[in-house]
Ligand binder design. Structure first.
Ligand code: SF4
Length: 363
């Protein structure tokens, strides 16, 4: 479906602890705020949702699993207003420490069929840098519980390129993730963002050449273990790519609800306020980008090329009433074996994923 909105993102900004690298929209968990926040979320959804059938619902954060059982019940009673398709992918982000068995049972009863767990690293030296503690045991217990309750579609997040990290440290983290036998692994090269504690602590990004070696190591180890490198930073077992995230990369429209959330509706990309107080007071959207046809084509190229599918030339023609080769001058990239082109698709060879930004500039 490319004409109708069928994806929903919900942002839950609460966290039980704040990690030093984090620049997401988040606040410390606070019971009083959670109630007010859920009421504001309810209002925002009622005001914007137009009743389309939804095929992917993604609850991200923050840490949605930091909510109590009652608060999760309340959240899901709000989300009931969406008309979900039978096979709707319902994902929730969680931290292993705040996802006990009772919460897993509750998620299952509300149809959650995919869980994305923040593991990041289990190396204590690197956890000290990130100021984040997740024990091996809590991850193993959480994943066993999820599988026992029938939630077998599980993503784990890995952060690498942390100051002081060696290739061997990374290999150990990867081996641990592989031992979990999950369907999906998302990887993030640590970037020190402004307004984070890491920046204040004077931590720098690691050397670019080591970052590249780490990227290549991840790709090679995960592929050797039958994960498909289907997006620059994402790997999945056959048939388990994230339906929801693919919609972003395929440049499809989606609803975004909650503080700091962004959405894409009726040719407008919008961003909600990052102030929880303003959000609770109903001052929701702070920024709108109204897209011209040129902007939309640019997003199409930039986002599609992140994936191993690449640009679907037929969809491009359908959406923009033009052939892609009449709009962009990319043949040189094909002749240099950077882009692979067949009748239907145009994609970047995997070896060039790492330098995609440079390729897009040439495009
Ligand atoms: S990284 Fe995740 S758990 Fe840590 S503060 Fe940010 S949103 Fe919260």
């Amino acid at each position: 479906m490319i004409d109708k909105i069928d994806a929903v993102y919900i942002h839950i900004p609460f966290c039980n602890y704040i990690c030093a690298y984090c620049d997401f929209c988040k606040v410390f968990y606070n019971k009083e705020y959670v109630n007010k926040y859920l009421e504001a979320l309810d209002k925002e959804i009622k005001a914007k949702y137009r009743g389309e059938i939804i095929t992917s619902l993604y609850i991200g954060g923050g840490t949605p699993s930091s909510l109590s059982l009652n608060e999760l019940e309340k959240l899901f009673s709000i989300l009931k207003m969406f008309k979900l398709s039978k096979d709707c992918e319902i994902t929730i982000e969680a931290n292993p420490d705040s996802l006990a068995l009772d919460k897993i049972k509750l998620l299952k009863s509300y149809g959650v069929n995919r869980v994305s767990l923040g593991v990041e690293t289990i190396n204590s030296k690197l956890q000290d840098v990130l100021e984040r503690r997740t024990s091996k045991d809590s991850v193993i217990t959480c994943i066993n519980n999820l599988k026992k309750e029938g939630i077998t579609n599980i993503n784990v997040d890995l952060i690498y390129a942390i100051k002081g990290e060696t290739l061997n440290d990374l290999k150990e983290d990867l081996n641990f993730l592989l031992s979990l036998d999950v369907t999906h692994i998302s990887t993030y090269s640590l970037i020190i963002e402004d307004n984070t504690k890491l920046k204040t602590n004077g931590v720098n990004n690691i050397d670019k050449s080591l970052d590249r070696k780490m990227y290549d190591m991840i790709s090679s180890i995960l592929k050797d273990n039958s994960y498909i490198h289907y997006e620059i930073s994402n790997f999945s077992k056959e048939g388990y790519s994230s339906k929801h995230n693919l919609k972003y990369w395929h440049n499809l429209e989606y609803y975004g609800f909650g503080v700091g959330a962004s959405g894409y509706i009726d040719n407008i990309r919008y961003t909600n306020t990052r102030s929880i107080t303003n959000y609770i007071n109903g001052k929701t959207i702070i920024d709108k980008e109204i897209l011209t046809i040129k902007d939309k084509m640019f997003y199409e190229v930039m986002l599609n090329l992140r994936t191993n599918r690449g640009i679907d030339k037929e969809i491009f023609k359908y959406k923009y009433k033009a052939n892609i080769d009449d709009i962009f001058n990319y043949k040189e990239l094909v002749n240099s074996n950077i882009l692979e082109e067949d009748n239907r698709y145009l994609r970047v060879y995997e070896d060039y994923f790492y330098v995609l930004d440079e390729i897009i500039l040439k495009f």
